[in-house]
Design a protein around this ligand. Structure first.
Ligand SMILES: [Zn+2]
Length: 356
């Protein structure tokens, strides 16, 4: 009996110290529960809701009921509730530490892929400390960051000549190379080799945001294509990968049914691709939204998505519970009712142990 009890105790202790080899965090910007339901009606069973543990989350900043992406991402990445417009700053404007910095210090690789411009609220809160309108500071923080892989849009602010498609002399793209990055441009064309010791890779794949999925320019890639290509540049173990499906938010701001459907299809394909790309038994997958956008409702139709009618009640973010979905190693830790800021704390607890 004693031996049995001891074995049981041992297994509990080893369970509580099990650390995933990799963490994959997908942020659906503006993706409320009804967006998830719509994606499932349109494109079949969504692994995000069928496979994953589903929890409710709160997201309010300290100065409002309704959050913007910067404050929500600061709560998520730094565990600090702050004011709207603050990316990587506390309510007084002081820098807060990002999970990217903490994990780098613990020997992890950190990567972020987004189809928004690099200076948008969500990516900025990952590596910068600035108010979201301060593009200059955000750009400086990007140059001085320590991310292993960063993929975004925003080429227009980085010194790319829009006529020749070539980087300007002494522009920010060149400074990124001087900071140790291999720099890629449109369609992952290599623009610069790193100068000195290689720190990582950065790719900027569009002027401004990547276009909507149903209106991609010939030189742009869809989000799942971007993720597939990005994964050729980095691998685990000890990889913390953030993928942002950013344009669900923009599609919902303009209340455009066709655009939001296309963005949700790209989101669903991206989730499947990520599940296929990592060992599910050793990876923690998290999917969550920073907030809901548009007040999307489905007011008509049947389960085969025939004659679906969508209604919108807002052109902005709304107050609602957000989905926090988790799957794989460590996912049981996310079963409580959480604020976005709790996700950061739990993640760092889970990743405090040794990788097997
Ligand atoms: Zn928005």
């Amino acid at each position: 009996m004693r031996v049995l009890l001891f074995a049981l105790l041992l297994s509990i202790v080893s369970l509580s110290f099990a650390t995933p080899d990799n963490v994959v965090l997908v942020v659906g910007d503006g993706m409320g529960f009804n967006h998830l339901f719509l994606s499932e009606l349109l494109y079949g069973e969504n692994p995000a809701t069928r496979l994953f543990r589903v929890s409710l989350g709160l997201n309010s900043p300290v100065d409002a009921l309704i959050t913007d992406s910067a404050a929500a991402a600061t709560a998520l990445f730094s565990g600090v509730r702050t004011v709207n417009n603050a990316a990587g700053l506390d309510p007084s404007g002081n820098p807060v530490q990002s999970v990217a910095t903490v994990l780098k210090e613990r020997g992890w690789k950190v990567a972020m892929i987004t189809n928004a411009r690099y200076y948008d609220g969500t990516p900025a809160a990952f590596y910068a400390h600035a108010f979201r309108t301060d593009d200059l500071q955000i750009t400086e923080d990007l140059v001085n960051s320590d991310i292993d892989l960063f993929v975004a849009g925003g080429l227009e602010k980085l010194g790319l000549n829009p006529f020749t498609g070539k980087p300007k002399k002494n522009g920010t793209l060149e400074r990124l190379a001087a900071s140790g990055y291999t720099v890629y441009g449109l369609q992952f064309e290599k623009l610069f080799e790193p100068i000195g010791e290689k720190k990582g890779s950065m790719a900027f794949l569009s002027m401004g945001d990547n276009s909507f999925e149903n209106a991609l320019l010939p030189n742009e890639m869809s989000l799942p294509e971007i993720v597939r290509k990005s994964l050729e540049l980095i691998a685990g173990p000890k990889l913390f990968l953030v993928v942002e499906a950013a344009r669900i938010d923009d599609a919902s701001h303009i209340n455009d049914d066709a655009v939001v459907k296309a963005e949700l299809l790209a989101f669903q394909k991206t989730v499947r691709l990520l599940l296929d790309s990592f060992d599910n038994s050793k990876t923690l997958f998290l999917i969550l939204a920073d907030h809901e956008t548009g007040g999307l409702s489905i007011i008509m139709g049947d389960e085969r998505a025939i004659d679906l009618e969508i209604a919108w009640c807002s052109g902005d973010h709304t107050a609602s519970y957000i989905p926090i979905l988790s799957y794989g190693e460590g996912s049981e830790s996310f079963s409580d009712f959480l604020h976005l800021s709790d996700v950061n704390r739990i993640l760092l607890e889970i990743l405090g142990g040794e990788v097997r």
